[in-house]
Ligand binder design. Sequence first.
Ligand code: PLP
Length: 261
Amino acid sequence: MSRHLPQPAPARRMADIAPFHVMELLTRARQLEAEGRSIIHMEVGEPDFPTPPAVIEAAEAFIRQGQVFYTPALGIPPLREAISRFYAERYGVNVSPERIAVTAGSSGALLLALAALLNPGDELLLPDPGYPCNRHFVRTLEGAPRAMAVGPETNYQPTAEQVAQHWTPRSKGLLVASPANPTGTLIETASMVELADCVAKRGGALLVDEIYHGLTYAPKDVPLGGGRDTDTALALSDEIFVINSFSTCFLLSKKLDRFLQ
Ligand SMILES: Cc1ncc(COP(=O)(O)O)c(C=O)c1O
């Protein structure tokens, strides 16, 4: 017989952390699918094809070789070196492997970067609309998310002027995404330079989420939002935190096979 023990009260910060509704929608959609309904999934971004054979084979070989123990906390050196080479080849930017940390998913990277930056009560400026989990990551760390409303007049991206207006003595940084979720718009290099300068002048940190690089579908010479996703914010400064993602970049854009060759 299981014993009923009193439940501990949740931490006070949990009152500000809303569920990630899209996962509830996904659960419901899968339930309906299991009941035989035909569902077109528009809730989460996932590849519409199975894991490529090269990935399955590499994972299998890795496990068979018995490499199932702790790895260095920042990622295995060959992977960090490969990511460094990728940045040199794709963007022409020199990012030494020592500056690269590998995490399980970009949420882990966002949390780590924010944990390294925010003290309780510190504000993080975020464009609204934006990726909904970001404000909850900030609250989990007892920081204060500060939303900046962005609209079509600025291509749904914040400008340096807006950042300057919203900045307070408690502000610690700015987190943007290019291409952004949910709008898909890019930040042009000139605007990124202005944002970086504006934040640096105030002693803050700039974090740039680039996980949707490679997923722009506008014609090459007229990209969505006017910017180019072939530029990384890392080309502007070594002091910017850039978050990228394997599965989003390579699986969603079906480029994995080429990368692994
Ligand atoms: C802009 C943005 N950043 C980060 C994430 C989190 O990615 P991951 O699933 O790799 O943790 C998402 C997921 O949708 C996203 O849209």
